[in-house]
Each structure stands twice: as C-alpha cells, then as structure tokens.
Design a protein around this ligand. Structure first.
Ligand code: SAM
Length: 297
C-alpha cells in the first residue's frame, strides 16, 4: 500500500512506475467505478495505449489526469500487428505502458491477449489494475450458483460453429456467462430454449452500473417470452444456470435393468443401473426384483 494522497493533484505525473505492461480495467458504465490505483497508473505511466483513445482521454479528463506530452497510442484488433512492436520496444527500453480497452477488463472479450502474450514472451513484467468486468458483475447479480462458472463470451455467428458451441457449452455443469447484443438476444434465447431447455434458470443483465440497469431473472423460456412483450436495448450479459437434469423415464430404467439382469444378479444389476441413471438404489432394486419375478413367472 502506498501512503500517497489520492487527489487529482496527487496524481500529477510522477513517473515512479516500475517498467512493465499494466493492463488497466476501466468502468463499464459509471465513470467513478475505477480504482485509485488505476488512476495512479494512468497518471504516471510513460506510455498510454488504448483500444479507443478518445474514450481513455475522456475518462482521464473526468478524473483530472492529463496525458501531457506522453504518447497515447491506439491499440486494437485492426492495428495490433503494426502497433505491438512499438509497445514492445517501449517495454524493452524500460518504460511503463498502461493499456485500457474500451470498457471493463482488457482481454475479456476485448483486445489485449496478443499484447500480453508478446510482452510475456519478451520477458517484460506484465501486471494489472483489476476492476470492473460485466461478466463478473452479472454473475454476482444473477442469483445463480457462483461456485463454478464458465465465461463463454459472444456466441459464434457462423451456423456450424454456433451449433457445436451451443452443444458443447450447454452440457457443461457450471453457470454460464454469455455476451450478446440486444439485436440478437431474442434469437439466442429462442435457440437456447430449443437446444438446451426452456426450464433452465437464467438472468438477463443489461446496462449494468448505468441509468437503465435492469436484471430479469427467470428461466430461458420466461426470459424469451418476456422479450416479446418488452424488448431490451443496451449492453447485455446473459447468465444461465446449470443444465436441468431430466429424470429418466420408466421405459429407460426398465430397458437398462433388463440388459443388466442378462449379465448380473439382481443386486448388482440394480446397483449398476442406479449409479448410471443417478437414481436411489432401493427403488431400482425393487423394480429389478419385480422384473425378475415377471421374467421367471
Ligand atoms: N472487457 C469487457 C468486460 O470486462 O466486461 C467486455 C467487452 S465486450 C466487447 C462488450 C460486451 O460486454 C457487451 O456487448 C456486453 O455483452 C458486455 N457489457 C459491457 N458493459 C456492460 C454493461 N454495462 N452491462 C451489461 N453488459 C455489458
């Protein structure tokens, strides 16, 4: 912890920052959602780099930080290959570089991955100023289990890749975090109801930390139906609960038991089927006995 005074004046350029690449998280809505340390880094880095330089300038202005005569470079998906060497060169010269994406945490569905990798490979120090990310805030607000979660980002647009992606992540035993645009959210929810299950719990979180923040909690089915009545605008995170376990039908249980009884004694057959289908042993044993009796009679 530094004991520096955290005032706008206190953040006047000090250049006391150790050399390295600093991945700095910025607000996803409310401009004051930025840490004091992030402001210190922005005030003292030798070089500033941003996905959108206008957004960073504006944020710094709000917080009373002047870029001064420091370089402020644009670094995004379209110019990354050209600008990366310049940033690596600055790091090699022992300078400190602060990088911000448009909003939230760099690298999370935002540029910064290739830059961080290249800097790590070049032996530079890569560190960060943690802060907001829409994914984590949506998870916190969703009311869904947070002990195991998977950030899946935006669904692929191409049909084949999208179908594979939906099947793959839909089966994962975890709370899922998806990003989607308001234009495509209705289509996504319709697909999820068809491919996953209407009854799966979900939360649609939009415009987080902004004036029209809203969280709709329900199931994939109720959220889809709700959108037909009240479409949404703005930025959206969809959080989806664990897969709904479908209870096996009596025919499934009997089929499995008949097959197992062909190989095993009643007790072992019941144990095997109960384990495979996730059912109580006692119930399956009773049913196995009944089937055996029918067969013997
Ligand atoms: N790096 C950012 C982060 O850490 O959250 C994500 C950037 S990604 C390009 C932008 C997407 O994040 C939006 O389309 C939306 O899905 C989500 N998002 C960003 N800000 C949001 C907010 N305030 N409320 C809800 N979702 C948001």
């Amino acid at each position: 912890m530094t004991d520096k005074m955290h005032t706008a004046q206190g953040r006047a350029r000090e250049s006391a920052l150790a050399p390295g690449l600093y991945l700095v998280a910025t607000p996803i809505g409310a401009a004051r959602d930025i840490t004091l340390r992030a402001l210190d880094i922005l005030a003292s880095a030798d070089v500033l780099a941003a996905e959108d330089t206008r957004t960073l300038r504006h944020l710094m202005e709000i917080h009373g930080i002047k870029p001064g005569d420091r370089p402020l470079w644009a670094y995004h998906d379209h110019n990354g290959a050209a600008v990366r060497p310049r940033i690596l060169e600055a790091l090699a010269q022992g300078r400190s570089v602060a990088y911000c994406s448009e909003a939230g945490t760099p690298v999370v569905a935002d540029p910064g991955y290739q830059l961080a990798r290249a800097a790590i490979e070049a032996g530079a120090t890569v560190t960060g100023a943690p802060g907001p990310s829409a994914a984590i805030l949506a998870l916190s607000l969703s009311g869904l289990p947070s002990d195991r979660f998977l950030f899946a980002g935006f669904p692929p647009a191409q049909a084949g890749a999208r179908a594979r992606w939906l099947d793959e992540i839909g089966a994962v035993e975890a709370t899922l975090i998806l990003y989607e645009s308001p234009k495509r959210i209705q289509r996504l929810l319709t697909e999820l109801c068809e491919r996953w299950s209407e009854g799966r719990k979900a939360a649609l979180c939009r415009e987080l930390t902004k004036r029209f923040e809203e969280v709709r909690r329900g199931t994939l089915g109720t959220l889809r139906d709700g959108l037909a009545d009240a479409p949404v605008k703005g930025e959206i995170v969809l959080v989806v609960g664990h897969p709904v376990s479908v209870a096996p039908s009596q025919a499934d249980v009997d089929g499995a038991l008949v097959a197992a009884l062909g190989r095993l004694r009643v007790k072992e057959a019941a144990a095997e089927v109960a384990e495979a289908l996730g059912l109580p042993r006692r119930e399956v044993y009773q049913r196995a006995l009944a089937l055996k009796r029918e067969d013997d009679g």
